[in-house]
Design a protein around this ligand. Structure first.
Ligand SMILES: C[S@@+](CC[C@H](N)C(=O)[O-])C[C@H]1O[C@@H](n2cnc3c(N)ncnc32)[C@H](O)[C@@H]1O
Length: 274
C-alpha cells in the first residue's frame, strides 16, 4: 500500500469527488467479500454474530430497545445482519459500493432476513429513513472515508428518532501517528490534527491484492474531538466515550502485544438524540 499526504477537502465538490473515487476503490475491495459470501451466509445461519464484543457490551440486549437499526457504511452487511442476531427487529444498511450492497442483499435474501440495503453515499442516506432509527450503528473502519464529518453528524442526527442512540466503534485517530511496520512505537511523521491522504492498494492483513491495478482512494483522519463536537453541534448528548486498546483488525502486525495493550487502538462512542 502506498500513500501521499494531501490537503483536507475544503469544499463540498471536493468531498464528493473523493467519495466517488472511494466508491470505485471499494467496489474493488468488495471482491474480497464476494469470495467469502457462502461462508458468511453459513456463519449467519449458524447464529454467529460478527459484531465486536466491545460493541455487544455497549449495546446490551437489542431485543429490549431496538426496533430499527441503521448501519452506515455497512459493507457486505455481515455486521448489519448480525444486529438481527443481537435482537434488532429490522436492519437497514447504507453503503456507497454497489458490489458490497449486492453482497449484503444476497445474504439477506438467502436467509430471508428483515433487512433493506441502500447503495448511496452516506451523505445521501434517503430522507424516508429520517427519525426512524432506534440505533445508528457505524465504525470498524468507517469514518476515515468520510471527508465532511459535520455533514456525517447531520445524517446521524436526522436518522435517529427522539431517544435513539448512535454507536461508533472505530480506529483511534492516534494510530495514524504510529509507523505500521515498526516493532516498537515510532512516530509516523503524520499530522494528528489535519491528516488527509491519497493511497492505493489494500493492507495484506485486511483485504490484500484483489485486483492488479488499484484505484486511488482518499482517507481523512478525524480527531476524537472532531467527531464528538460534530455530534454535539447536532444536539446529540454524549453518553459514553472510551479510548481502548482493543483492535478489530491487525493494523500493526509487527508491534508486540505489550505495546498494543498500552496504546489507544480504538474508541467507542455512544450518544443519544434527546
Ligand atoms: C472498512 S469498511 C466498513 C466495514 C464495516 N464496519 C463492516 O460492517 O464490515 C468501509 C465501508 O465504507 C464504505 N464507504 C466508504 N465511503 C462511503 C461513503 N461516502 N458513503 C457510504 N459508504 C462509504 C465502503 O464502501 C466500505 O464498505
Amino acid at each position: 500500500m502506498t500513500f501521499t499526504v494531501e490537503e483536507p477537502a475544503r469544499d463540498a465538490d471536493e468531498v464528493r469527488r473523493r467519495h466517488e473515487a472511494n466508491r470505485i476503490a471499494w467496489d474493488e475491495g468488495a471482491l474480497h467479500y464476494t469470495r467469502e459470501l457462502a461462508a458468511d451466509i453459513e456463519r449467519l445461519r449458524a447464529g454467529e454474530s460478527s459484531t465486536h464484543p466491545v460493541e455487544r457490551a455497549a449495546l446490551g440486549d437489542l431485543a429490549s430497545w431496538c426496533g430499527r437499526a441503521v448501519h452506515l457504511q455497512c459493507a457486505s452487511g455481515q455486521d448489519t445482519l448480525s444486529l438481527l442476531l443481537e435482537g434488532a427487529r429490522e436492519v437497514v444498511g447504507v453503503d456507497i459500493s454497489g458490489r458490497h450492497v449486492d453482497n449484503a442483499r444476497a445474504k439477506a435474501r438467502a436467509l430471508a432476513l428483515p433487512a433493506t440495503f441502500h447503495r448511496c453515499d452516506v451523505l445521501d442516506t434517503p430522507s424516508e429513513l429520517d427519525g426512524t432509527a432506534d440505533l445508528v450503528y457505524t465504525g470498524q473502519g468507517a469514518l476515515c472515508w468520510i471527508h465532511d464529518i459535520r455533514a456525517w453528524a447531520g445524517v446521524v442526527a436526522r436518522l435517529l428518532r427522539p431517544g435513539g442512540r448512535v454507536l461508533v466503534f472505530d480506529t483511534h485517530p492516534a494510530t495514524c501517528l504510529l509507523d505500521p511496520e515498526a516493532t516498537t512505537p515510532v512516530w509516523s511523521g503524520l499530522d494528528y490534527f489535519a491528516h488527509a491522504e491519497r493511497n492505493t492498494g489494500w493492507p495484506a492483513e485486511y483485504i490484500g491484492d484483489v485486483v492488479e491495478e488499484h484505484a486511488v482512494k482518499h482517507e481523512r483522519l478525524w480527531t476524537i474531538a472532531d467527531v464528538v463536537q460534530a455530534l454535539i453541534d447536532q444536539g446529540l448528548a454524549l453518553t459514553r466515550l472510551e479510548e481502548r486498546p482493543d483492535d478489530f483488525w491487525n493494523a500493526f502486525p509487527a508491534l508486540g502485544d505489550e505495546a498494543k495493550r498500552a496504546l489507544p487502538m480504538t474508541f467507542l462512542l455512544t450518544a443519544e438524540r434527546r
